[in-house]
Design a binder for this molecule. Structure first.
Ligand code: PXG
Length: 291
């Protein structure tokens, strides 16, 4: 693709952007990441993504070796080097190069890289017509082990759920937590609308505290919609008026069928469509200038 990648202090051609086979990000999934979007020459919610990146790193005792300001520069400079005005940015910090033991004490320096490219997660048609999803057998990781609020490089939990969705012939999975409550999708948070109230599971049950989730709750409140972070079950999705998923990459995507049950009238609902439009407008109205 001919991209220019930021890797450990330099911008290099993608062919040269390689990490060691002894990097603990690869050997153990020991690291953290962010997925960020740019719209119309501005990086959307950059401060929020940088905050979460450092929170994830702090939680796993990983020091990326750059200040927040330097990390913001890395993101912006990588966008600029690739001529990205609208795109998707992946920022990663791994424990770095160590030996074949898992002791992170043997890794003197974190590996930091940033990719600025583009992404399309789901076909455009699904945004119009809505998608079908299924609940999968793999439960979301329990927060007492590796908390899903840490955006770590250990995504096997989500990858397994994604594979199970594919086996069921759909593009996305709903994951339940260990208690059987609805948690989130593999790379997206979940919302339902019932009788004019917007519901989403609380972050404490073991989900990623999504930045799009936060933004949508804010947009909903601004339009006078009641928002409730509360536990709900598959049954609540089945009998919901509307359902949609949120994520930086996916943005807002309507869900019209879950486990074979049609949601509402089987078409993206008015609240979902209105929030999609408001989200779209917001992404074009603010953000950190790429320059
Ligand atoms: N839950 C999980 C588990 C995620 O990984 C979200 C929710 C949404 O969070 P934000 O902050 O983006 O609103 C994510 C992030 C993919 C992919 O290919 C998706 C994410 C990250 C990396 C890859 O689907 N979503």
């Amino acid at each position: 693709m001919g991209l220019v990648i930021y890797l450990d202090g330099s911008l290099v051609p993608e062919e040269e952007a390689v990490v060691s086979v002894f990097d603990h990000g690869l050997l153990y999934g020991d690291g953290v990441f962010e997925g960020i979007r740019a719209y119309a020459g501005r990086v959307f919610k950059l401060a929020e993504h940088i905050d979460r990146f450092y929170q994830s790193a702090h939680s796993i005792l990983l020091a990326p070796g750059l200040s927040r300001e330097e990390m913001i520069r890395v993101v912006v400079d990588t966008c600029r080097a690739n001529g990205i005005r609208d795109g998707y940015i992946r920022l990663v910090a791994t424990r770095g190069r160590g030996d074949l033991g898992l002791d992170p004490g043997k890794c003197p320096k974190a590996t930091v890289f940033c990719i600025a490219a583009t992404i399309q997660l789901y076909p455009a048609e699904l945004y119009d017509k809505g998608m079908a999803i299924v609940t999968v057998p793999t439960r979301r990781n329990v927060p007492e082990a590796v908390n899903p609020r840490i955006k770590s490089l250990n995504y096997l939990n989500n990858v397994l759920a994604k594979i199970e969705a594919g086996l069921a012939g759909v593009a996305e999975a709903v994951m339940l937590n260990a208690d059987g409550y609805v948690a989130e999708a593999t790379g997206d948070n979940i919302f339902i609308v019932k009788k004019g109230v917007l519901y989403t599971p609380p972050a404490s049950i073991g989900i990623l505290d999504g930045i799009t989730r936060d933004t949508v709750m804010e947009l909903a409140a601004r339009k006078g919609l009641a928002v409730s972070e509360s536990l709900f079950t598959r049954h609540d999705i089945f009998i919901a008026d509307e359902c949609f998923l949120t994520g930086t990459a996916a943005e807002l995507i309507p869900v019209v069928k879950v486990d074979g049950r049609t949601i509402g009238d089987g078409r993206p609902g008015p609240v979902t469509r209105d929030l999609m439009a408001r989200y779209r407008d917001l992404t074009r109205a603010e953000g950190y200038p790429i320059g």
